[in-house]
Design a protein. Structure first.
Length: 136
């Protein structure tokens, strides 16, 4: 893949047994995983994200189904369709994140570089837009 925010993980296919994908700390992603969570049971109006992190990095993966992701960093906006379980989207610190348009069967897996801390969140888009990234 040419987009350096996208990471393609190993995929081993052994039909008729199916496929297997694995992710190894610090080999396949640029950080050690401290927290794993997943979201599911979406409605057609569900959305997630709506925030940025000060120091935390994360990898977002569509384990099942599909959804769209909009990220914004330093004035640049990128849009993605995640629909392959062997592809992860790297979200770096100070990146605004919106997830939306979930398929009914979507399962969104997130691997994070740190434990949950409310202090790390930037939940106001107006506050996010005021951040001077040259200071980070």
């Amino acid at each position: 893949m040419t987009d350096n925010n996208l990471i393609r993980f190993a995929k081993i296919t052994d039909q008729p047994h199916g496929s297997l994908t694995f992710i190894e700390n610090s080999r396949d992603i640029p950080f050690d995983v401290k927290r794993v969570f997943y979201t599911y049971d979406f409605t057609n109006k569900s959305s997630r994200g709506g925030h940025a992190h000060r120091t935390l990095s994360e990898i977002v993966i569509a384990l099942s189904g599909s959804f769209k992701v909009r990220i914004e960093f330093n004035g640049q906006v990128q849009n993605y369709l995640l629909d392959e379980p062997d592809v992860g989207l790297l979200i770096k610190p100070k990146t605004w994140l919106d997830l939306y348009d979930f398929s009914k069967d979507a399962v969104c897996l997130v691997l994070t570089s740190d434990f949950f801390s409310e202090k790390d969140y930037i939940r106001s888009y107006d506050e996010f837009k005021k951040i001077d990234l040259s200071q980070w």
